[in-house]
Design a protein around this ligand. Structure first.
Ligand SMILES: [Zn+2]
Ligand SMILES: [Zn+2]
Length: 252
């Protein structure tokens, strides 16, 4: 799989765009989260809304869902030779997030006699239920309340026959989220949100290093981090973990 980091910044980033990714799975294009910087990060990366085959939404903070309605609208309002040729948007969500997400979208989309379903196809997954994208298996794991109290949030695992990646999305209390429980012998990368300074809703670099066994460090890919990342480069280098950079493609 080929992973294009559209952005790697935290919610308030000014320089790194929101932590959203495009993952190429053979011929299919999977978008991970659609934050409010998506309209800029997509363009900077040279993608169009219509390139996306399916989008996964991890939770309903604005850096993960704030750009979704625009994406849905832009895809719906496509014209071919003056003919309206709507492109529906396929959205993968955990079953717990389906109703809240539909409710959020309904305020902008459910009018003019249309419903949210006129714009979107929802792929609603139960815990551990597999959704096939090409030869890859996509499963969601529940990290609710380990990012923010009272908030549903979810990570995912994407696996081929030989290897898999684990993506935490946003997590503070790693032990409670049991991220290690998702890792197995075939895991080649763990995409982990990391804050360099104390943060009430994200694990700090020290908390991440304390949580994972040392043999996992080389598989850790820090993401969703502060804009002043350069100040912490030495610590990252000495810890021997990887850091995801905006626009730097990763292959697994
Ligand atoms: Zn976030
Ligand atoms: Zn969040």
């Amino acid at each position: 799989m080929k992973i294009y980091p559209l952005g790697v910044g935290g919610a308030f980033t000014k320089t790194n765009f929101h932590n959203n990714y495009i993952i190429h799975l053979n011929e299919k294009c999977l978008l991970i989260d659609a934050g409010s910087t998506l309209r800029y990060s997509l363009r900077e990366a040279g993608y169009h809304y219509t390139d996306i085959d399916v989008v996964f939404i991890s939770h309903l903070h604005f850096d993960h869902v704030g750009g979704l309605e625009e994406m849905i609208m832009q895809r719906f309002w496509q014209f071919n030779n003056g003919q309206h040729s709507p492109l529906k948007t396929t959205i993968i969500v955990h079953e717990k997030l389906l109703t809240p997400l539909k409710s959020l979208l309904s305020h902008g989309l459910a009018n003019q006699g249309r419903t949210v379903e006129d714009f979107c196809n929802f792929v609603c997954l139960k815990e551990k239920e597999v959704y096939k994208i090409e030869d890859y298996s996509f499963t969601i794991f529940d990290t609710s309340y380990t990012h923010a109290d009272g908030l549903f949030s979810f990570g995912f695992k994407l696996a081929s026959l030989q290897s898999n990646i684990v993506f935490t999305s946003d997590v503070k209390r790693l032990k409670e989220a049991n991220i290690i429980g998702q890792v197995d012998g075939n895991t080649v990368a763990i995409f982990q949100d990391v804050s360099f300074t104390f943060n009430g809703v994200h694990a700090t670099l020290q908390e991440v290093l304390d949580y994972y066994p040392k043999e996992y460090y080389s598989k850790l890919y820090a993401m969703h981090y502060n804009d002043n990342v350069e100040q912490f480069q030495k610590v990252i280098d000495s810890a021997n973990i990887n850091i995801v950079k905006k626009g730097e493609i990763l292959h697994f």
